[in-house]
Write a new protein. Structure first.
Length: 161
């Protein structure tokens, strides 16, 4: 069994943005009340933005990689994928460059490559039978995860040169 659970650095960024927006909302609310004007539109707009931001903060609060021999779970608390062992064709070590993925978080390249990217560095790419998709994700201990996968007869490819 392999288990990894971490908090991505951008969680703190989202949290800071949320707190700043909350303070700004309170400040604008105070100004609007002082002027005694209609603030309905401002309240609704800020409310929608804050609800979305709170959801994003929760969804990205934990990054998990979990393999138990039956399935692998990869992603964020609110946005993850579960692949059964029979859906996995192969796995291999990769070096992830988040700029090549166009950022961090849940990323899509075309229709066949999906990434769960938290930083540049070590990662794993899994080829699946699910519509021929590849899932690429960060992994703190590539060797341990690939050893576990190999133990359950998943083909582990050598790194591309």
């Amino acid at each position: 069994m392999y288990s990894e659970n971490s908090r991505p650095w951008f969680f703190w960024l989202l949290l800071a943005i949320g707190l700043i927006l909350l303070v700004m909302f309170a400040w604008i609310e105070e100004l609007q009340m002082a002027e005694n004007s209609d603030v309905y539109v401002v309240r609704v707009t800020y409310g929608i933005v804050l609800v979305y931001l709170v959801w994003m903060i929760w969804a990205c609060s934990r990054y998990i990689v979990y393999f138990d021999g039956q399935s692998i779970i990869v992603g964020y608390i609110g946005w993850k994928v579960t692949l059964a062992i029979n859906e996995i064709e192969s796995a291999e070590k990769v070096d992830i460059a988040w700029l090549k993925w166009g950022g961090m978080g849940w990323r899509i390249r075309g229709l066949k490559s999906i990434g769960y990217i938290t930083k540049s560095g070590p990662g794993i790419e899994i080829q699946t039978t699910r519509k021929g998709r590849k899932y690429t994700f960060n992994c703190a201990d590539q060797h341990a995860l690939l050893s576990e996968m190999k133990r359950f007869q998943i083909q582990v490819k050598e790194k591309k040169s």
